[in-house]
Design a protein around this ligand. Structure first.
Ligand SMILES: [Zn+2]
Length: 134
């Protein structure tokens, strides 16, 4: 499936640099010790700018999922129908990621199913994080 090439900004660049090294990191507030994703300039909990990066386990679970059958993104048209899952991070289940669950046939995802991060190649050769059922 052709993935959309990410466009890092100043805040998200460390995240994307780690993805290129096949590592999944998230921000961690050193003021209130809260993890957050996606990257933001300030902590969502306490508004502090004291944000660091923390390595995750790369493990998660499927919170819910749907089937994308009529995407308006032309790049995805040839791959429909496809999974669209919300994955919670085991390190902090308040952190969610979207995933197409590569390797899982449509309608065979399981709510509550265990997943682990995987890294898929974009058309330009860069990597993007995805989740695979285990
Ligand atoms: Zn905080």
């Amino acid at each position: 499936m052709p993935y959309i090439v990410p466009e890092p900004d100043a805040v998200s660049k460390p995240f994307w640099d780690a993805v290129q090294e096949k590592r999944l990191i998230v921000q961690n507030c050193t003021a209130c010790n809260t993890m957050q994703y996606p990257p933001r300039p300030r902590c969502q909990e306490c508004n502090s700018e004291a944000l660091d990066w923390k390595e995750t386990s790369g493990k998660g679970h499927i919170l819910t999922f749907g089937i994308l059958e009529d995407s308006h993104l032309p790049v995805r048209a040839a791959d429909q129908p496809l999974n669209l899952a919300v994955v919670t991070l085991d390190d902090d289940p308040r952190i969610n990621f979207y995933s197409n669950l590569p390797g899982t046939p449509v309608r065979q995802a399981v709510v509550g199913g265990a997943v682990e991060v995987t890294f898929e190649e974009c058309p330009d050769g860069s990597l993007i994080h995805e989740w695979r059922m285990i």
